[in-house]
Design a protein around this ligand. Sequence first.
Ligand SMILES: NC(=O)c1ccc[n+]([C@@H]2O[C@H](COP(=O)([O-])OP(=O)(O)OC[C@H]3O[C@@H](n4cnc5c(N)ncnc54)[C@H](O)[C@@H]3O)[C@@H](O)[C@H]2O)c1
Length: 329
Amino acid sequence: MSDRSYVISNSQVKRHMTPMDVIEIVEQSWKWYGEGQIIMPSKVTTDMTPAGVPGWFNSMPSYIAPLQVAGIKLVGGYAENPKHGKPYIKANLMLTDPESGDLRAVMCGDWISDYRTGAQAAVAAKYLAARTDALTIIGAGNQAFYCLDCMRRILDIKEVRVCDISAAARERFIARFPDAPFRLVSCETNEVGCRGADMIITITTANAALVEDPWVKPGALVMTMGSFTETSADLVLNADKLMLDHIGQGLHRGNLKEMAAKGLVTEASIGAVLPDVVCGKATGREHPDQRIVIELVGMGCLDLAVAATAYARILASGEKVVSVDMENG
Ligand SMILES: NC(=O)c1ccc[n+]([C@@H]2O[C@H](COP(=O)([O-])OP(=O)(O)OC[C@H]3O[C@@H](n4cnc5c(N)ncnc54)[C@H](O)[C@@H]3O)[C@@H](O)[C@H]2O)c1
């Protein structure tokens, strides 16, 4: 192990990792988490808006025993960024030696965060979808692009229905998949998009009921991934199975937050957590007509696992990396 600390850029990560690597690491990390090989407290949100900064960021620490790495992801949503041509989401990562606390690397977390977010939708659908023919995406922004880019790599999708309050966003999204082997349809309303869909993803910046219970057919898989409320309460309450990636986080952030605060959803409402399904400790889908609603609020250990793999590959490649001796440099 090197005794120097490295500064690793987004382009270095991209040169050494592929989207398929990330999909495999996300699945493996959920399995490890289910087996108890990852320690990951719930993320802490720092909302800066009361102090006049239009943004928030999450502190997401974890320790991954099989990779012998401890660290933290700092990721936030910065409302002013799009006005300056930058993505809304910005991520940074810090990797440390779990025995000594020595800093191994500070890394740009953007590509890692984007692809691990997309990989979550792909792996969750692999385990939980009854059918994958018709996919509806509500919120045709940046994260939605990575969801579809990962899903198309491991799922057989025939039609993608694209919903967004912005028609321009729908068109931009569709233009990002010029050679898609599936049909891309721009939908004027969420209802048109959702009726008959096999899988529905909500990944918007909205705080609103974007999906109504009567629009969701038996057997559908609904994955809510935005940071605030995205479905009607009755869709959640009428789900045949309500699932989460992480109980502690999922009841305090995202689609279930307000319902949990009112006591409408509790830990007892959760039929299974996805890491337990991936490691074989729990059952996911029990029958093809079951409507499953899952909140994928996002786990920092996924980013850390991808980052640790990228760090090891980059150092092994002999590529020049900026480094510093933190004691004496
Ligand atoms: N679950 C996770 O792991 C994870 C990871 C990263 C980001 N996120 C969250 O994903 C969400 C999307 O982030 P992004 O980077 O794609 O943002 P973005 O700004 O690139 O895209 C958001 C899209 O949502 C659309 N939208 C806003 N309100 C809408 C509404 N009422 N109906 C339909 N569409 C609407 C916007 O027009 C935009 O196209 C954010 O809430 C972000 O915090 C989740």
